[in-house]
Write a protein that binds this ligand. Sequence first.
Ligand SMILES: C[C@H](O)[C@H](O)[C@H]1CNC2=NC(N)=NC(=O)C2=N1
Length: 156
Amino acid sequence: MASFPVRLGRFALQNSFTSARHYPRTTAPQLRMASNTSTPRFAEGEDPQQLGSDTTALQQQGWTLDADGMGVTKTFHFKSYFKAVAFVNLIASESSAKRHHPTMTVRIGSVDVHWTTHRPRGLTIKDIAMARHCDNGAGLMGYVEAEQGLKCGPEK
Ligand SMILES: C[C@H](O)[C@H](O)[C@H]1CNC2=NC(N)=NC(=O)C2=N1
């Protein structure tokens, strides 16, 4: 698998850490270029007008559109690892019921969630509905602002 550069302003970084071969099935969410300025790309058969306004509403709730416009990502912060894991299980339960699965990265006090639809490829109403479910679930779990989230290591 080819490696890819991560652009940091004028600088391009390319090394073994950014190499795609370390992420066998998907691109790690934190390396995906987050953007609220890219154009959403909806899957075939979706209602672009409805999904367009749904996507805008999600962006206002802190979701960011992938650079390719085909997925949305948000990081949820919690005061404990237990809450972060409970949130993951809440999402896992709904994913299983709806047969639509996210990519999640769990840290000590946060969870990155990414939604996209593989088939048909692009953003769908399923991604929108699941993103909303995440926002509701985070509310139930008592999410906090990033600064209040549990961090690993000494205070700086
Ligand atoms: C057979 C099964 O329902 C499909 O493969 C589902 C499973 N979960 C999925 N999850 C996501 N995020 N996108 C899909 O296209 C998808 N497809």
